[in-house]
Design a protein around this ligand. Structure first.
Ligand code: AMP
Length: 548
């Protein structure tokens, strides 16, 4: 083979960190504190604080490969851990604060966490599982609420203040004496756990390489398209799927970052978006549903003229929501799909030129699909025997993906059945793929409804139900049926002060679906049960309303 003599330069988080300091030192990181005041620091400050954190952790005995956990909302200290921990060769492990304490304890134990950074406001939760984590040696407490330091914890700010920044020349580092270095690109940078609605949560270890490549491809214009003039607000929690990689995406581009902290209600988010002139925000549909309702109720209250796009993912964004934002408020939604196992971005619903030419309906259809695979992610869908299905937009099959930021196994080789012998990851999502390459989720494989041997797409029915003006949310699930095997039932959450009959809903669906797809019945519920990461928990609905 020709010896190319190209540099073997590792794709590491360390480079991202160095680049931010060298090229974008003045870019801002804004964090909303528990008392709602705003804290501001620059990229230069963030670099220095990340370095002090790395020095403090080193002094505490944290070394290469050791796991440093976080139990935190989205804020600057969380970003410092995202950057500083991997750049010192250790591994940042984000704990999901919405899980049950016993589950968090299981996960922290499983990951062998040596240290944890905990928000003081989350200490009551931490106390419920800390003693189960046998490997835990150090607890660093972020006291942004100004409260006293809990027993047995080290003060994050005091630890940082005890360290000094390393003297350095201008430009790229890391300089001699810094705890930072360029790790092997295949070394672990971050560990995230799946939300584990079936079986125990499983660990996915992202590499430096996967994290960096993911940030670069996510930055492409047809994907998330972030630049130095953007103001990025990750509403998606940093404890779930690396906040879709946004902290790294923002950082590699030098964009201003705005962290909402613990204030995730629609009004607080809208105030922050207006005040900081946010151009790019990302979160799950529940968040955006709340924001849309608030904007509809008070259309003139907020000036969101800076907003370029809002990324919605984690669950399906209903077309009615995408249309509502566009038509009533002039706001563009970018729909994206991903998983913890895919670092997490897999597909983005961008609009190809040939689709745009087909007019507004085709554009909305494309935008409300899960989208096109991003560069370097490959997609296929297969039937129960593994045969590859046609890209005809009709035939359903389980989505499989492969690519440089897709897991090749779980930590400890758990769940081997999710990985095929020929190197693909089985997503568990049932999809169609059309001739343009657009992926459209019709169900989770464990939630599919099979009636008389035919699959019925609960997502298609939900989207149609959610386009009814009285319906806030709809989840369609299977009920056992002696004749057909299963039949669809719809759980409906009404908008405040609205009423609707089953007949009306049936009339609303009937023109769009073949008869056997129509739900047999409707249950009106105050809310849809959800998983810790905001997805519909249909197993709960099946338990409650799905027995024949
Ligand atoms: P998690 O690993 O917790 O992020 O969950 C990943 C799962 O969330 C996927 O397998 C999908 O079932 C679901 N999901 C993520 N994004 C979307 C989306 N845009 N539309 C529908 N489902 C989604």
């Amino acid at each position: 083979m020709l010896d190319t003599r190209m540099m073997p330069f590792s794709l590491s988080v360390t480079h991202l960190l160095e680049r931010g300091r060298a090229i974008h030192p003045g870019s801002e990181v804004v964090s909303r504190l528990p008392d709602k005041s705003l804290h501001r620091q620059t990229y230069r400050d963030t670099y220095e604080r990340s370095e002090r954190l790395a020095k403090a952790l080193t002094r505490l005995g944290i070394g290469r490969g050791d796991r440093v956990a976080t139990l935190s909302w989205n804020h600057r200290q969380h970003l410092e851990a995202y950057l500083g921990v991997p750049a010192m060769g250790a591994v940042v492990h984000t704990l999901n604060l919405r899980l049950f304490p016993a589950e968090i304890g299981y996960i922290a134990n499983h990951a062998d966490d040596k240290a944890v950074i905990v928000d003081r406001t989350l200490f009551p939760l931490f106390e419920k599982f800390r003693h189960e984590v046998k490997s835990l040696r150090h607890v660093l407490c972020v006291r942004d609420d100004g409260g006293p330091l809990p027993d047995g914890a080290l003060d994050y700010e005091v630890l940082l203040a005890e360290e000094a920044p390393t003297a350095r020349p201008d430009g790229f580092g890391p300089p001699a004496g810094s705890p930072f270095f360029h790790p092997d690109e295949q070394a672990a940078a971050m560990v995230c756990y799946t939300s584990g609605t079936t079986g125990n949560p499983k660990g996915v270890a992202y590499t430096h390489r996967s994290t960096v490549l993911h940030a670069l491809v996510a930055s492409m214009r047809d994907n998330l398209g972030v630049g130095a003039d953007d103001v990025v607000m990750p509403v998606v929690p940093m404890f779930h799927a690396a906040a879709w990689g946004l902290p790294y995406v923002a950082w590699v581009n030098g964009a201003k970052v705005v962290f909402p902290g613990p204030h995730l209600d629609p009004e607080s988010l809208l105030d922050l978006m207006q005040a900081e002139r946010v151009t790019f925000a990302a979160g799950v549909p529940t968040i955006w549903n709340g924001i849309l309702a608030k904007l509809d109720a008070e259309p003139k209250r907020w000036d969101l003229s800076a907003m370029r796009t809002m990324v919605i993912g984690g669950s399906a964004a209903p077309p009615a929501m995408i249309r509502g934002f566009a038509e009533r408020h002039g706001l563009l939604v970018t729909h994206a799909w991903g998983m913890t196992e895919t670092n997490p971005l897999g597909t983005v619903a961008s609009v190809k030129a040939n689709v745009a030419e087909r007019g507004a309906d085709a554009v909305l259809h494309a935008r409300s699909s899960q989208g096109l695979p991003v560069a370097f992610v490959e997609t296929r869908h297969v039937d129960e025997r593994g045969a590859i299905m046609p890209w005809d937009g009709k035939t359903m099959g389980e989505l499989e993906v492969r690519g440089p930021w897709v897991a090749r196994s779980y930590m400890g080789d758990e769940g081997p059945d999710r990985f095929t012998a020929d190197g693909w990851f089985k997503t568990g999502d049932v999809v169609t793929i059309d001739g343009d390459g657009y992926v459209r989720i019709t169900d989770r494989s464990k939630d599919v409804i099979k009636s008389g041997g035919e699959w019925i797409s609960s997502v298609a029915l939900e989207n149609a139900l959610m386009s009814h003006p009285s319906v806030l949310e709809a989840a369609v699930f299977a009920r056992e049926d002696s004749k057909w095997g299963e039949r669809p039932v719809a759980a409906i959450v009404l908008r405040p002060d609205q009423e609707v009959t089953e007949k009306e809903l049936e009339g609303h669906l009937a023109p769009h679906f073949v008869k056997y797809w129509l739900p047999d019945s409707y249950v009106f519920v105050p809310e849809i049960p959800r998983t810790s990461t905001g997805k519909f928990l249909k197993s709960k609905l099946r338990e409650e309303y799905g027995k024949s």
